[in-house]
Design a binder for this molecule. Structure first.
Ligand code: ZN
Length: 286
């Protein structure tokens, strides 16, 4: 698929945890990896609360396993339950493209600025083959059982690669929708994508994720991150695209998400730390 114009890919990003239950609450807390704990995160307000206080309407759309408490005080939409006859679902679950359904209308009708979190099923194992519609099965034969021990490594990797192909399509479609909203409706739109953790695919005989952090292989901690900003968004928040492009090879982590989100939206609060805001060095006088 052709690259979306202006898409920035940050190549050296490290996750907070190696499992959804740790990384998701950690990303949306101000604690950062070294200070994060379940109880600490639950005892204080998180990123979505701060955004709400700042006047944004916040919506969490979920096609995964819930938001682990971080969306408790914002609008929650569960799109993960399969509906018979829906082309975006199989018998057991729904495909991530369902997260995008009705999005342009939602944005058009919004009375105020919106932050929408799309929690994808993505490439979560072990049932990789269930994560994408048939037309995305470019690689194969694929492993079609939860019991990965019954499959060859090649067939597991093939199924995983198909999930990546599908995620690529979903993100590209999301950017396409936002680009259209910005052109047709004058919406200053942006998209930030990142994974909650990586995945082992047989390296050193390890599969899946969730290894204890200190001994985890880098494959479970190294995550993709992408940023797309519409022209209107860039000029409204005075963000310099070339400056950001020059930072894409630098080392970042999930610790940067909280502060960068506040930074890119021009929100100043006591918990904002400009040193952890990857946009800070690239914004001009906002
Ligand atoms: Zn996860």
């Amino acid at each position: 698929m052709a690259k979306q114009p202006g898409l920035l890919y940050f190549s050296k990003v490290e996750s907070c945890g190696t499992a959804t239950a740790v990384s998701v609450p950690c990303v949306f807390s101000a604690l950062g990896r070294s200070h994060y704990s379940d109880t600490r995160a639950q005892s204080q307000e998180g990123l979505l609360d701060v955004l709400k206080h700042a006047g944004f309407e916040v919506i969490w759309r979920d096609n995964n396993s819930g938001c682990k408490g971080v969306c408790d005080r914002v609008t929650y939409e569960d799109v993960s339950q399969p509906v018979k006859g829906d082309p975006l679902c199989n018998d057991d679950e729904c495909y991530d493209e369902r997260l995008l359904r009705g999005l342009p209308e939602l944005i058009r009708k919004a009375g105020k600025d919106l932050v929408i979190v799309l929690h994808q099923k993505g490439s979560h194992g072990p049932s990789y083959w269930k994560r994408y519609p048939g037309q995305f099965q470019d690689f194969g034969p694929v492993c079609e059982t939860n019991d990965l021990a019954k499959c060859s490594r090649e067939s597991i990797v093939a199924a995983y690669d198909n999930t990546i192909l599908y995620t690529d399509f979903v993100i590209s479609k999301a950017i396409g929708l936002l680009a259209q909203s910005s052109v047709q409706d004058g919406v200053d739109a942006s998209l930030v994508y990142f994974s909650d953790h990586g995945e082992s695919l047989g390296e050193n005989n390890l599969y899946l994720h969730g290894a204890p952090y200190v001994i985890s292989p880098s494959g479970q901690r190294h995550v993709p991150m992408m940023v797309w900003l519409s022209d209107g968004f860039r000029s409204r928040f005075r963000l310099d695209q070339n400056c950001l492009a020059a930072r894409t090879g630098q080392e970042f982590s999930h610790d940067n998400i909280f502060h960068s989100t506040l930074g890119m939206l021009g929100i100043s609060t006591a918990v904002y730390n400009p040193r952890l805001d990857l946009f800070n060095a690239c914004s001009h006088g906002s």
